[in-house]
Design a protein. Structure first.
Length: 94
């Protein structure tokens, strides 16, 4: 009978240790989830900043890559397309 009591006590101690570990793991899991959420928010913010910087860089590249002659040609093409658009709009309104 005494042997059975000893085994039951050992089992209770083991269960107690397991419960403590389980609670600790739950706490760590919650912390990791919070950290993961914070990192995801930070990552989204960084992606938005990166997109904005890429747009700025693209604009700068467009300005820097075109020579004055290329800019004039591009402006002429834009003006040509605008005139065509105006003609189409006037025909639609007529």
């Amino acid at each position: 009978m005494e042997d059975l009591d000893v085994q039951i006590k050992k089992l209770q101690e083991t269960i107690s240790v397991l419960l403590k570990r389980y609670k600790q793991v739950q706490k760590e899991n919650k912390q990791f989830k919070n950290l993961n959420e914070q990192l995801n928010k930070y990552l989204k913010q960084q992606e938005i900043l990166l997109q904005k910087e890429q747009q700025k860089q693209t604009a700068v590249n467009l300005v820097l890559l075109h020579s004055d002659d290329e800019k004039k040609i591009l402006q002429q093409k834009i003006n040509f397309y605008l005139k065509d658009i105006d003609k189409c709009l006037s025909l639609l309104n007529a």
